[in-house]
Design a binder for this molecule. Structure first.
Ligand SMILES: C[S@@+](CC[C@H](N)C(=O)[O-])C[C@H]1O[C@@H](n2cnc3c(N)ncnc32)[C@H](O)[C@@H]1O
Length: 281
């Protein structure tokens, strides 16, 4: 999350939003992320998302991940989700990520106890020809950042085997979404594709998926932002190294804004699951 920059939102072009995303995820290994996000929300796992382990546990159970099965993470960030799933189920896990700093963090996981099950590639998930086919493909808080949502769904479909499933967890346009929310979300975090959840479900159908199930998990986003705010507003008296009071001020402002937008219904958070059409009942 970045401070309110005062930049007029209309001037945040697609290219500027993508530069902002790059700046943000270049810093996703820093102390404020570790303390306010990874420790507070994800038990220390470096997950830069809301869905977290609860979503990953659902992916594992619903798609029957186990030793010998293959999962693909589109926008894998630090690779923590891949490591989590391999440790939990013994599956092969592959991640695609555009950001080099994040990819470096992911590569370090190849020396973990499940390192031989992990592989990571640098690429754009909208176009990357994923090597092979996967039993489960998922994206965790990534497609809302992409300029072309449809292309990413097509790439996800191409990567899913005929009996496979797609899972997604992401921010959406809530029932009270408006232009101001869209502009500020773009200015703060580079969001380029906040869409109504029903539209996304329709796009999955057009993109070759069936049995699409959407679940409103906005309460999870409210809980996560509240927990982060509790820590940010009442950090340890001796601030952890690398956490400055000006960073705290910026993060508090942004987190309060997101919390209020989720509570108001301007933003929402959804999970989806869908079957590759060939595997539909
Ligand atoms: C909100 S973070 C989530 C990371 C990861 N899914 C997690 O839960 O920890 C979004 C990630 O998507 C990556 N990303 C953005 N655009 C991308 C693209 N076109 N292709 C691949 N990765 C992308 C960002 O660099 C960032 O690491």
């Amino acid at each position: 999350m970045e401070p309110f920059s005062g930049v007029k939102s209309a001037s945040v072009t697609r290219a500027a939003a993508q530069r902002l995303q790059a700046e943000i995820y270049d810093k996703a290994g820093t102390a404020i992320w570790r303390h306010a996000v990874y420790d507070v929300l994800h038990g220390g796992w470096e997950l830069a998302c809301i869905g977290g382990r609860e979503f990953l546990d659902t992916v594992a159970t619903r798609s029957g991940l186990r030793s010998g099965t293959r999962v693909l993470d589109l926008g894998c960030g630090s690779g923590a989700a891949c490591q989590y799933l391999s440790e939990k189920t013994g599956c092969w896990a592959t991640g695609i990520e555009i950001n080099k700093s994040q990819l470096r963090m992911a590569e370090e996981r190849r020396s973990s106890s499940v390192g031989s099950l992990l592989s990571f590639y640098q690429g754009d998930v909208s176009h990357h020809p994923a090597p092979g086919k996967y039993d489960a493909v998922y994206q965790l808080d990534t497609f809302s950042l992409l300029p072309d949502f449809e292309a990413a769904i097509d790439a996800a479909h191409a990567a899913t085997c005929e009996t496979g499933m797609l899972f997604m967890a992401d921010l959406v346009a809530g029932p009270h979404f408006d232009r101001k929310t869209e502009d500020l979300a773009r200015e703060l975090d580079g969001f380029l594709n906040l869409r109504p959840p029903a539209q996304i479900a329709g796009m999955l159908g057009v993109g070759g998926f069936s049995s699409v199930r959407s679940t409103d998990r906005t309460e999870q986003a409210i809980r996560c932002n509240s927990l982060m705010l509790d820590w940010l507003e009442d950090p340890p008296e001796a601030l952890p190294a690398g956490v400055t009071s000006s960073l705290l001020t910026d993060w508090i402002r942004a987190t309060r804004w997101y919390l209020e937008r989720f509570e108001h219904g301007a933003l929402g958070y959804y999970w989806w699951e869908a079957a590759h059409r060939a595997s539909a009942p």
